[in-house]
Design a protein around this ligand. Structure first.
Ligand code: NAD
Length: 393
């Protein structure tokens, strides 16, 4: 029997209308100066007013910071950290997709540290996070990353990504209100939804999976499996948005504790070298990585097939794992995401540089039930170029 360490965000509110819990939660901290971190699009469509208006009406001093870009580069993080230190804030609220939430966590923690954010990067940094930082409330507006319940802040470097990670980056409060996701465009709904699905699938097949994370992951797969297509087709479908919001939250808890594996490891180089969004990078690789490793975790792939609404009753585990890959392929296609690397205009000549960057993701690859070495990684990328799932030689 192995021992599982499970860490969960201290306090969460989920469900339609849960944003109303923001004011009572803020009151508990009695902040003098609140920083709200978001991106310009959310300010432009008035979504952030739903956060700032009730606070300002109650007399709180609120500063809205909108200088967040998708897949934020390190420099964007550095700028926000300086702004937060200079502003003498005593609370940070992140409102947005993973990009805004990741930066809000980073700013809240590094506000009470010295030196640039680059010093705190996981792979190349020289300093450790030592203090908890400012209280932080995270409010996701996409159903995807699960950032509201993880201790990670992802930053884009020139050709790769790195993270600042420590349990002090966990939210004090997460408010996961599906009503805030109704305005997400179909393309972003699709990419973020497959991102959430990938978190759940990879947590379920991870070598670090536990009975607790299995429960979270399977329920996430059920909710996303039944509602992602509907949410993409009709963004105003309330039940579909509720399912996706709960699914993404559960998937976040599952992968934060069990980890992600091969899909994420090979997706990072796509984001780093070709600036493809995190969700789309995962989506295009999901069938190819799962197709390659399926026989190493066939029973679990059968469970995933059933959670996606399929039926493995009359199939061998091997057959069910094959069907599961087909189902994943169909889902990615149905929500309109290109199904090959060529579909993202990635030249075939990139095979080698992708492979070499993929090999470097050792920490993530270590969670794959099938060890993925350089040749395996090359074969998987190659299969994603030609659009035909490969199997280990
Ligand atoms: P995002 O935050 O980059 O947002 C994508 C786009 O959607 C943006 O243009 C944004 O303005 C728009 N948008 C967001 N909410 C909207 C709404 N309600 N209505 C209309 N438009 C809306 O996308 P994301 O996929 O949520 O986050 C991606 C980032 O999260 C990446 O940097 C990725 O590396 C990171 N990430 C972090 C974790 C973690 O655990 N911290 C996990 C996975 C990914």
């Amino acid at each position: 029997m192995s021992v599982s360490k499970l860490v969960f965000a201290p306090l969460s509110y989920t469900g339609w209308g849960s944003l109303k819990e923001l004011l009572p939660e803020v009151e508990k901290y009695d902040p003098k100066k609140i920083l709200v971190v978001t991106d310009p699009m959310l300010a432009q469509i008035g979504l952030t007013d739903r956060v700032t208006d009730p606070l300002e009406t109650e007399g709180y001093s609120v500063t809205l910071y909108t200088d967040v870009v998708p897949e934020p580069p390190l420099e964007t993080g550095e700028k926000l950290v300086s702004f937060t230190r200079n502003g003498q804030f005593d609370m940070v609220i992140g409102v947005g997709g993973g990009s805004a939430l990741d930066l809000a966590k980073l700013a809240a923690v590094l506000a009470v540290h010295e030196g640039p954010a680059v010093d705190y990067l996981n792979l190349t940094g020289t300093k450790n996070v030592e203090k908890k930082g400012l209280p932080k409330i995270l409010i996701p507006t996409t159903s995807g990353t699960g950032s509201e319940v993880t201790n990670i802040s992802v930053l884009s470097l020139e050709t790769t990504k790195d993270v600042v990670t420590h349990d002090y980056l966990l939210a004090d409060v997460a408010i996961v209100d599906p009503e805030l996701t109704v305005s997400v465009p179909a393309k972003v709904t699709a990419a973020t939804g497959i991102d959430a699905l990938t978190h759940a699938v990879e947590a379920y097949i991870s070598v670090n999976a536990s009975p607790t994370t299995d429960g979270l992951a399977l329920q996430a797969i059920r909710l996303i499996g039944r509602s992602l297509r509907k949410a993409v087709e009709d963004g105003s479908d309330k039940q579909a948005r509720i399912d996706m919001s709960n699914g993404s939250y559960l998937a976040g808890l599952a992968f934060f504790n069990a980890g992600v594996a091969g899909v994420h490891a090979l997706a990072y180089p796509l984001g780093g070298q070709f600036h493809i969004s995190h969700g789309e990078s995962n989506a295009v690789l999901l069938p190819y990585v799962m197709g390659y490793i399926r026989k190493s975790c066939a029973k679990r792939m059968a469970d995933i097939l059933n959670a996606l609404g399929g039926n493995s009753t009359y199939l061998s585990e091997e057959e069910a794992s094959y069907k599961c890959v087909e189902e994943l392929e169909r889902l990615v296609k149905d929500v309109g995401i290109p199904s090959t690397l060529a579909g993202f205009d990635i030249p075939a000549s990139a095979l080698e540089s992708l492979t070499q960057d993929g090999v470097k993701q050792k920490r993530i690859l270590a969670r794959s039930p099938l060890p993925l070495l350089e040749d395996d990684i090359r074969q998987i990328y190659q299969s994603a170029f030609v659009g035909a799932v490969a199997e280990p030689k």
